[in-house]
Write a protein of this length. Structure first.
Length: 234
């Protein structure tokens, strides 16, 4: 069973999707069946009162607030996170709306090794089709640019901002009349599908990385036929 440590700053709907997939969903008694070979070993959160903490508590998963506000020494802060994650014997770290850049020291602590099939042990989810619109407010960036499709990306984390090798992406159309909120909601529904799947591929040892390219052994390819938006007249 792959032990996952989730880092979050916000409402924690991606955390919830992961908890649900692990069969640890809500309050005891309303647990769903486990769908992936993983368990959330610990949730770390840097923002007091964040919904993610409450979701972890409801699911009976160990959770800790590690406040980052006013902490200037990023390396020391990340060393604290690493210590907590190691204490919980975490195999894979999933950033789920964690609004901080990870330092090289953190990445080295959860770097690739033979047991991870040469894959880094830190993943992130981004609400955009990388490498377009990295960083903050990806949905607003997509709307402002006028792209016809957006989506989300699960990627391994490197020292850059949303620059690591792409594991899986899901695409949604940008529709006339979309606001940042409606587009974000459409994307979020896809985030909740692809993140647990990426964790499962990692847990099954099906991921490998060569340069920037990630292979998912045995995965079904997407439909070869393209989508257009708007749809073509014929
Ligand atoms: C998601 O859109 C995620 O892609 C981004 O931050 C948001 C977090 O949402 N990195 P939640 O806290 O998981 O609900």
């Amino acid at each position: 069973m792959t032990r996952v440590g989730v880092l979050a700053s916000g409402g924690g709907t991606n955390l919830q999707a992961i908890l649900d997939a692990c069969g640890a969903g809500g309050a005891a008694g309303s647990r769903a069946a486990r769908r992936i070979d993983a368990e959330v070993a610990v949730v770390l959160c840097n923002v007091p009162g964040a919904g993610a903490l409450e979701r972890a508590r409801k699911a009976g998963v160990p959770a800790e607030l590690v406040p980052s506000k006013g902490v200037a020494d990023r390396a020391a802060y990340d060393a604290t996170l690493v210590e907590r994650l190691r204490h919980s014997r975490v195999d894979l770290v999933c950033l789920a709306g964690f609004m901080r850049l990870i330092t090289p020291g953190f990445l080295a602590a959860f770097g690739a090794d033979a047991a991870s099939n040469g894959c880094p042990r830190v993943m992130n989810i981004h609400p955009g089709l990388l490498p377009s619109f990295p960083g903050l407010h990806a949905q607003r960036q997509a709307l402002d640019y006028g792209v016809r499709f957006s989506g989300c990306t699960v990627h391994f984390v490197d020292a850059g901002c949303d620059t690591g090798p792409v594991i899986v992406q899901a695409v949604v159309p940008v529709l006339a009349g979309d606001t940042e909120e409606t587009l974000a909601a459409r994307i979020l529904a896809e985030e909740h599908r692809i993140y647990p799947q990426a964790i499962q591929w990692f847990a099954e040892g099906r991921l490998s990385v060569e340069g920037r390219r990630v292979t998912v052994r045995g995965a079904r390819p997407a439909e070869a036929r393209g989508l257009s938006n708007p749809s073509l007249d014929r």
